[in-house]
Design a protein around this ligand. Sequence first.
Ligand SMILES: [Zn+2]
Ligand SMILES: [Zn+2]
Length: 269
Amino acid sequence: MTLEWIIRMWGVRGSMPAVSGDFLEYGGNTACVSVDCGTDLVVFDAGSGLSVLGRSLTPDRPVHIFISHVHIDHLIGLFIFQPFYDPGAEIHLYGEARNGVSFRQQLETLVGPPYWPVGLHDFSAKIMIHETGPDQTIPLPNGRTVRTMRGNHPNLGLLHRLDSAERSVVYTLDCELTPELRPQLVEFCRNADILVWDANFINQDLAQHSGWGHSSWEQGVEIRRDAGVKQILMTHYNQNYTDAFLREQERLAQEAGVCFARESMEVRL
Ligand SMILES: [Zn+2]
Ligand SMILES: [Zn+2]
């Protein structure tokens, strides 16, 4: 039996941090989920939730951060990620090249002047950048792997699945379902313990946002059922969905046994 995994939700919002009072219950930080595997930490996306995660870390274990895509709500937490300033920290960043621009180059363009006063080279942590792509299996310590799949999102996106011999977590932000993609996604999610789902829209709003690259919680319920996933966590809520609105959606979804993630929520596996 290996160490238990602890999944923590650090950012549950999409597009833009939502900081006013109507968003405090579910939380306003953008995309970031961590899986504490004991010996190291696996993180999906570096939204503003990453800066909160950074404050809780000590540099005693490597951190592996997988970036689904480089839209700003998935990267903004890199600007103030405390472990970057710690010479004892070991941080791995994984992402893909796009349009002939390497992942490193994309990060260095964003994190550095004139957009930010310091660049990746200025940080004292040991930062390693790994280029990934779709349909890869990336080895992690202790026999764990992260598999990737091409999502359907403007400017390219990757979906991720973390596996050990005993546990699995699938992270599918940001992705708009198509009839062609659906069967492939069901296989990717097959029998997972936890599916972290892009619930940016409700079905009713999804119809008016074709091509935006997102899905609905109702679609997540279907994929979970078809793939035999044990537990689903909704996240990446639209920046206009208030606490009252999400509470109502959660009530509607209750019958399906769905969890609407709240920031700092923890699930043990
Ligand atoms: Zn997003
Ligand atoms: Zn996006």
